[in-house]
Design a binder for this molecule. Structure first.
Ligand SMILES: O=C(O)CCC(=O)C(=O)O
Length: 257
């Protein structure tokens, strides 16, 4: 593997076609173990900033912080400043070289979006409908990459990701979306899209890149254990956050390759 160009032309082409790229075993067992240890400690101590299921308000979520399960954490926010283990992963030179190849220009890490550890809990962790990450993001172009690192095994049973391959290129009508920009299940043509969905099976240390226009969803966690994943988002240097938007409200870190 060339350290400046770790991805093959076939991998770059697969990302362009499918809107995602799976990179098995990219992160070592020791690095994952360190991140798991910090995640569990921060969950136990409820280290701020956290996002709770009751604040997200998806179907089936606890209705308030003080209701049963109301303090179930959905995300440990600001992973970048939370611990060096997450930060080192976010700026890992091999990761940056790969992103530079896929975006075909120098890359920046945005701390405005994702920048978290997703923690999907049994019982009170909720499902996420089909959506594109770009829905609340404001950039010159819809060309960001979400980088998802599995710290546990992820399957459909514990709320793993599902993707609609190639959907970053689909033209979608406003009538297909609900008010929160999820694909509406009651629209017949959306059912045809859902039928194209595939479940990703990830092992600890596996990484998946996905385009900010790719439709993805995830179910509930039916296992007895919390599922944990570290997620950051990146954009090309020529595709900055729009001034005045929420996307411009947090640090944007240029990553020198
Ligand atoms: O783990 C989940 O429920 C999906 C998370 C997700 O897709 C997101 O936050 O954009």
């Amino acid at each position: 593997m060339n350290s400046k160009t770790p991805l093959s032309a076939a991998q770059i082409a697969a990302f362009e076609t499918d809107g995602y790229l799976l990179l098995p075993g990219l992160v070592s067992t020791a690095e994952c173990a360190q991140m798991v240890a910090i995640t569990n400690k921060h969950l136990q101590d409820a280290v701020a900033p956290l996002e709770y299921e009751s604040e997200v308000g998806y179907a089936g979520a606890p209705t308030s912080l003080d209701s049963l399960g109301g303090r179930t954490a959905r995300r440990l926010r600001d992973a970048y400043h939370r611990d060096a283990s997450y930060r080192q992963w976010a700026v890992n030179p091999v990761l940056v070289a790969m992103l530079t190849q896929v975006l075909d220009e120098p890359v920046c890490l945005t701390l405005a979006h994702h920048n978290c550890v997703m923690t999907k809990h049994p019982h009170f962790g909720t499902a996420t409908g089909w959506h594109r990450d770009i829905r609340y993001w404001s950039f010159a172009r819809n060309e960001l990459i979400s980088v998802w690192l599995a710290l546990d095994s992820e399957t459909e049973n514990n709320g793993g990701l599902r993707f609609i391959p190639g959907s970053h290129r689909f033209a979608i009508q406003p009538s297909q979306m609900d008010d929160l920009d999820f694909l509406r299940p009651d629209v017949a043509e959306n059912q045809a899209l859902f039928a194209q969905g595939i479940a990703l099976n990830l092992n600890p240390g596996d990484v998946v890149f996905f385009h900010s226009g790719l439709f993805h969803a995830a179910g509930r966690n039916n296992s007895p254990s919390i599922k944990e994943s570290v997620v950051f988002a990146y954009h090309g240097v020529s595709n900055p956050p729009l001034p005045g938007s929420r996307s411009a409200s947090a640090e944007d870190i240029f990553l020198d390759n």
